[in-house]
Design a protein around this ligand. Structure first.
Ligand code: PEP
Ligand code: MG
Length: 755
């Protein structure tokens, strides 16, 4: 309690200083007086970062002649070490520290002990506050905490007076921090460079000293209440922010959210006179110091969770709830998040978004499909991301090599530039095959179509030379809208896509909402589903809300006037669902005909095969359809009972496993016998070896991510498919063959270009 009252006394006096009319320099002089008195120290000094150097700015106890004269660079002397590490130092014998730098002009010869803390703003050190004693002594925790509290107030004062340039401080921090390489999992290939921006920005604390302690207590109390509600709601859902099994994290969140110790420490900090924000930050800073000293990776991770939760609490209490997308991007950006939903990603300005790095993430989650469509490289499952990267750090995402380069050195940047040139050369090579057909060496013509969903995706048709759009995910328009897109808007989009495609076919898939593609304005009770991927989604939702489907059908029919319209239904589980959906569109067609509207010359209907049950009833389904398309993303998740959005299962099952290849073969053979064209439109077809396997199974049309069109075309043109088909048949009929290895060997023997 004595500690609390001492801290309170310091803050009370600081409050007076802050409120006074005097100039900034005079205020800093008063602060060193207060610190020295309250901590009974002979010396108290403030150093500020000016022109990249830490300059002695105010002192009690050191020679006044040294003020504005003594300057140390980042990392130089004890003060430089504190600023660089952004951690306190507590030394009984300052001179014994290897980084001690003697400055005769200060007259500090008589002092033995030293304690200092960084003054931080926006994660960068803008100065250092230090005390010195004649007698050699260790400072106790309460004294260090008192210094940290004063440092927070100083940060506000210094910023308010404009004594330090924030962006210079960020540069100094980045320049003096170690470069590092964090490994991760390639989710979308590519290379990008930019500055780190957190999807959920760190809260900037504007006021540290409270006017009314009771009011601050109330604010924290209600923020805790709201945070607990949020966590409970998250626990109630199987997924949160984009999906996956987050139960470990959520359990920890819940534990901390209800932890009495945490809220008590925050309240104690408020009792000393801090605002709610400053108190949370105060406790968080202490937690961060603890985090750095812990070796156990499990415990460290739990403390990272607490850090995350502190940020959440800060956002709630400060009302700074917006994402970085809402604040707007200004420079080339690498976006940092724990996880993201597809709609959240779509909010970002594509011009500045050069890469995404996730602490979680899995290959076939929709956010990854969206990123791929946007052409943004994504690296996932980067451990230690939040501990090692600060807002504004320079980053290079090298997804192809599974690496995030943090604060890269000049040599790394040079090699990044060389790699970019190489990639551009590769792209040129693909551009060379752009206008050539995908014909294999032994004369088989394959159609390489592309997947799309965003308005400007259609431009990629020209760039890639794709044979058409084999899957247009119409739900993307719904995901980017805050409200239900009206029929006119839907129709305008479809028409623009058809215009861009000109004579090339476009397959429009009716909305596939639900699962990890949550659209708030369309969800009724389904937000609470335990297994949304297997829940009220796609065609189920569309048939359950026929008004929605009718509007979309009309928009499609109107947009397709005078042309061939291809309509495809997602997540068909039983043939009757297809029949019902088709009848619904046909009814709209009849209505529009009666009303005298111009209509498509032909309407072709297709079903997506993504639910295993449908494969058993193909004999009933196929005669009703004009085409079918296999969605391997969903089909594999259901075949293997493995959530496609769960990072833990991301690479557990191989698309080249006999289970999948046999099922696909069965579909291809059955459809061929029925005379119904069958295509593949999941992510699987965008990978060269997997695409080769599909062609060996007899697939003639793929619809893939635009970036895959060039490489897959080059692959096809370098392969002789016939011998591979024969080999594939054999491998699939002999149990135990590692098809991936066997096909790779055969492809290499043929000299197939696998990228
Ligand atoms: C699929 O499931 O494979 C597919 C193409 O559809 P989506 O990825 O949009 O679910
Ligand atoms: Mg699907």
């Amino acid at each position: 309690m004595a500690a609390v009252s001492a801290a309170r006394e310091i803050l009370r006096r600081l409050h007076e200083v802050m409120a006074a009319k005097s100039g900034a320099e005079a205020k800093l002089n008063q602060v060193v007086q207060i610190v020295a008195t309250e901590l009974s120290s002979e010396v108290a000094s403030i150093y500020l970062l000016r022109d990249g150097m830490l300059e002695l700015y105010a002192t009690r106890g050191l020679a006044q002649a040294a003020v504005h004269v003594t300057r140390l660079s980042m990392g130089q002397g004890l003060v430089g070490v504190i600023a660089q590490s952004r951690e306190p130092l507590n030394l009984a014998e300052a001179k014994a520290h290897p980084d001690f730098a003697y400055r005769p002009e200060t007259g500090e010869d008589d002092y033995h002990s030293f304690a200092g803390v960084p003054i931080v703003r926006r994660e960068s050190a803008i100065g250092v506050l230090g005390v010195q004693h004649r007698e050699p002594r260790d400072y106790d925790e309460v004294e260090i905490e008192a210094l940290q509290t004063v440092a927070m107030v100083l940060s506000e004062l210094i910023h308010g007076a404009g004594l330090v340039d924030d962006s210079q401080a960020a540069q100094a921090r980045a320049a003096s921090s170690e470069p590092m390489r964090l490994p991760g999992l390639k989710l979308v290939d590519g290379l990008g460079r930019g500055l780190a921006v957190f999807h959920q920005p760190r809260v900037i604390i504007e006021h540290t000293v409270a006017d009314d302690t009771e009011a601050e207590r109330q604010r924290v109390y209600s923020a805790f209440g709201r945070m607990r509600e949020q966590i409970d709601a998250m626990m109630g859902q199987a997924e949160f922010v984009g999906g996956g099994d987050h139960h470990d994290v959520l359990d920890t969140y819940k534990m901390f959210a209800y932890d009495e110790g945490w809220s008590r420490r925050i309240n104690e900090a408020i009792d000393t006179g801090l605002t709610a924000e400053a108190a949370i930050e105060r406790v968080q800073a202490r937690n961060r110091v603890r985090m750095r000293s812990i070796d156990d990776p499990y415990l460290r991770e739990r403390l990272t969770d607490l850090d995350d939760l502190s940020n959440r609490l800060l956002r709630i209490v400060s009302g700074q709830l917006g994402t970085a997308a809402q604040l707007g991007l200004r420079d080339d950006t690498i976006l940092i998040a724990r996880n993201l939903g597809p709609a959240e990603l779509l909010e970002y300005d594509k011009r500045y978004l050069k890469g995404v790095v996730l602490e979680e993430g899995s290959l076939t989650a929709h956010v990854i499909i969206v990123a791929r469509a946007m052409g943004v490289p994504v690296l996932g499952r980067v451990r230690g991301l939040f501990a090692e990267v600060s807002e504004g750090d320079e980053l290079i995402v090298d997804a192809g090599n599974g690496a995030l380069l943090v604060r890269p050195q000049a040599a790394m940047i040079t090699s990044y530039k060389a790699m970019s040139v190489l990639k551009a050369k590769q792209a040129e090579k693909f551009a060379a095959v752009r206008d050539l057909p995908a014909i294999s060496k032994d004369g088989r013509r394959v159609a390489i179509m592309m997947n799309a969903g965003l308005a400007d995706d259609a431009q990629a048709l020209e760039l890639t030379g794709a044979d058409g759009i084999g899957l247009f995910r119409t739900e993307f328009q719904f995901l980017v809208s805050a409200t239900l897109p009206r029929r006119e808007r839907q129709q305008a989009l479809y028409r623009a896509v058809l215009d861009a495609a000109d004579t090339r076919p476009v397959v429009f898939r009716t909305i596939d909402i639900g699962g990890d593609k949550a659209v708030p304005y369309l969800l009724d009770g389904s937000a609470q589903e335990e297994n949304p991927a297997m829940g009220w989604r796609a065609l189920r939702l569309a048939l359950g809300r026929p008004a929605l489907m009718k509007i979309q059908a009309r928009a499609l029919l109107e947009a397709g006037a005078g042309r061939t319209l291809n309509v495809m239904f997602p997540m068909v589980s039983e043939p009757w669902e297809f029949a019902e959906a088709k009848a619904l569109v046909e009814a709209q067609r009849a209505l529009l005909t009666r009303q005298g509207h111009a209509l498509p010359a032909h309407v072709r209907y297709g079903a997506m095969i993504e639910v295993p049950a449908l494969i058993e009833t193909l004999d009933t389904l196929l005669p009703m359809t004009d085409f079918v398309s296999v969605g391997t993303n969903d089909l594999t998740q259901f075949l293997f009972a493995a959530d496609r959005a769960n990072p833990r299962l991301a690479d557990r099952y191989d698309w080249m496993s006999p289970a999948i290849l046999r099922v696909l073969r069965r579909i291809v053979v059955t459809a061929k016998a029925a005379g119904v064209p069958a295509t593949i439109c999941g992510e699987m077809g965008g990978r060269p070896l997997e695409a080769l396997a599909l062609m060996a199974l007899g697939v003639d049309t793929l619809s893939i991510t635009p970036a895959g069109v060039g490489p897959i075309k080059a692959m096809v043109r370098s392969a002789a498919l016939e011998p591979l088909s024969a080999a594939m048949a054999e491998w699939l009929d002999s149990p135990g063959v590692d098809v991936r290895a066997a096909l790779l060997a055969a492809a290499r023997a043929q000299g197939v270009e696998l990228g």
